[in-house]
Design a protein around this ligand. Sequence first.
Ligand code: MTE
Length: 533
Amino acid sequence: MSTDVFPGIRLYLMRLVCKQSVLTLKELLTGCLSSQIKKATRFYVKAIEKSSPLPIISQEEVTRHRSLKDGVWVTYQGGVYDITEFVSIHPGGEKIMMAAGGAIEPFWSLYAVHNQEHVLEILSEYKIGELKAEDLKKQSTFKSSDPYSSDPERHPALRTNSLKPFNAEPPPEILADSYITPTAFFFKRNHLPVPQVDPDLYRLHVEGLPRGVLTLSLEELKTRFPKHTITATLQCAGNRRSEMNKTRQVKGLNWGFGAIGNATWSGAKLRDVLLAAGYGPDVAQWARHVQFEGLDKEITGSAYGASIPINKAVSEEGDVLLAYEMNGKDIPADHGFPIRVVVPGVVGTRNVKWLGKIVVSAQESSSHWQQKDYKGFAPGIDWDTVDYKSAPAIQELPVQSAITTPAEGSVIDRSEEMLTVKGYAWSGGGREVIRVDVSVDGGKTWKEAKLKSSDKEGDQTSPPLGRAWAWKLWEITVPLPPEAQELELICKAVDNSYNTQPDTFGPIWNVRGLLSNAWHRVKVKISEDDDEE
Ligand code: MTE
């Protein structure tokens, strides 16, 4: 049971424990407490009981507990923990079972997000014993080498959301400075260590087609197929999660509005490669998905994976690329060297980096990221009730926009009289942004911003219908309202299906903080001119 769900109760019960309250266990459990309080109470009573010396447990005994049926035990720094009840509420899903019956340290060195005080606090609640000294000695011969030690260097200006695995976004105020996001500042979203790939030894395997496996070297991918270039925006499903998090706590990296970027991508069309591998009308009868596997792997050896619908993959106008260049250069290590899939209009997670394998299939990818993550749920669903099978995997993203300047909390000099507001806007599925509305008075009145389709002054060219893969930057200059001391700036975009953004996060809140696209609101202050003559 996660007591984090009930922080107030947790605090209250902790106080009870600390003060050695006169309430007895019976009184607590039979009083008019709700079942949730009862659960929390039982839990804390267990904690009190635990203050007596804990039993010594052998590794052999721990190893016997590696399933939900027999119980799930793990060891950490000499302690033994029964985490059976925690498995169903583990934010990373069933992956926790990899550690069942053994030491948790090797997994935490890979998923370094666990090295935080509150995680240790949660673990401590499940302690049931101490590991036998000689078994602990054997364990400590395990050397945990850092799997992230060969990750590439990154630009120091990036705002790091997690170091291992590396997740970072650019400083918000520079995001809309150029239409093409400089590669160094493009957000980086890694779930695992960056794999080291020797381009000469690299091979891409295309499987699932009647002609058997097609294996291609990097050179073959570059020379056997025509090179295509597209400009496409990539956005993580968790972009702007930090704003949704303020409405009600969600689980996930606390991204600002920079988990999005726009780049040029060059490579072979996935469609051309699939045709060369034998895709045709016969395959179209049964094939429904194209699965991708990365070369970045979990400790168990299972690879990062995702899939997209076959129609998107084989459509001439789908523009799905097996990209080997980003912004005119070899794709850098963090972004998928030597090959990544670019699925324009589709959520970042399906744009698999360090691509090792493509499988044409009747089924979606069975990976954790396709099945147990990156799905949207209703605001009433929480970790206790979420059923991942009940929702489809996110593919095309909804319409999005954000104000990049001025920054939240900026102070505007009244003597400047005019205020310029800038930002980005984009929509998924190739839907073109046709309008961005901006308000400087908290949504009472609106003005239309000027849209830019490149860095060229006044460029408003439209992409082909249904293939608007790239964002638009926008800008508006308005007079400062004479009386106001504070302004609430808002932007909202409209795409060519007339989809627009919801005004608040409440109705779109979801437990993982995904698809966070409510109106972007920025508060600024106006300073009075001090130089009164
Ligand atoms: N591909 C692999 N192999 N491993 C990953 O961790 N992360 C995905 C996707 N492709 C990921 C991956 C996610 S969640 C996103 S948002 C994008 O890559 C981020 O791409 P970027 O780091 O190039 O910005």
